[in-house]
Design a protein around this ligand. Structure first.
Ligand SMILES: C[S@@+](CC[C@H](N)C(=O)[O-])C[C@H]1O[C@@H](n2cnc3c(N)ncnc32)[C@H](O)[C@@H]1O
Length: 233
């Protein structure tokens, strides 16, 4: 059984089976052939560099983002990320905001541009992604983005908002652990917005969040993705 099958099974698909995922939604930009075992969430990708450029065009924003092999969705803005960025309400104007699993940074950059007086913490395990995110923020003139690994000492204890296209492919247990720990750092009254593909377990993730005592509501459903709004406990 391939890694992909294992992960999808673990994610408890809500309706369609593994073969029915929409073709452009499968987190395709992991390592290329020849880098078996490498994923976009590898800390130090060994994939040969393949610099790319993604135009992030949203109704209110336009960024040019550098990308590379070994980083999630290196050839275009991920469809789920687009759904999130078009559905999510404006972030709080100030305070510490978190993009959990930033990749090359499209969510962090949008947060930072929409809340220029806030500090956006762009967190990822993938060092190549963090370097790209920092370069992309600088290129966009956004001085309020801090790209750091999850254990960075300077990370604040609480965040007034969290936005994430979370790494479903790490597997259900790891995903639950990741979300439990970061959602636990939502400031009182804060909200998290998560985008998850329906075929990769959005509805079961919503039920799990509710079972853990979070208020988790679906605020958008488009192109096979759900946007969940999670309120601090
Ligand atoms: C689905 S991708 C989203 C990337 C980017 N936000 C976007 O929308 O294009 C999930 C990201 O989470 C990162 N990730 C995986 N495990 C993580 C962890 N334990 N902590 C932080 N980030 C992680 C991956 O490296 C990947 O960049």
């Amino acid at each position: 059984m391939s890694n992909e099958q294992v992960t999808r099974d673990q994610a408890e698909p809500d309706q369609a089976g593994p073969g029915q995922a929409e073709p452009d939604q499968g987190e395709p930009d992991q390592a290329g052939p020849g880098q078996a075992g490498q994923h976009y969430f590898t800390a130090s990708p060994v994939a040969a560099h393949r610099p790319g450029l993604v135009h992030v065009v949203l109704p209110d924003l336009h960024f040019e983002c550098a990308t590379d092999a070994g980083v999630f969705s290196a050839s275009r803005l991920d469809a789920g990320t687009r759904v999130l960025l078009e559905a999510v309400p404006l972030p709080p104007a100030r305070g510490d905001l978190l993009d959990l699993g930033t990749g090359y940074g499209p969510i962090a950059l949008a947060m930072a541009a929409r809340a220029p007086e806030a500090t956006v913490w762009a967190v990822d395990v993938n060092e190549r992604a963090l370097d790209l995110c920092a370069a992309n923020a600088a290129g966009a003139g956004l001085g309020n983005v801090r790209c750091v690994p999850p254990g960075a000492a300077e990370l604040p204890g609480q965040f007034t908002a969290i936005w994430s296209n979370p790494p479903i492919r790490v597997g259900k247990q790891a995903l639950h652990g990741l979300l439990a720990s970061w959602l636990g750092r939502l400031a009182p009254g804060g909200q998290a917005h998560l985008v998850v593909q329906r075929n990769l377990g959005a509805d079961s993730l919503q039920r799990w969040l509710q079972s853990q005592g979070w208020t988790a509501a679906r605020i958008a459903s488009r192109s096979g993705y759900r946007v969940l709004e999670v309120t601090s406990r």
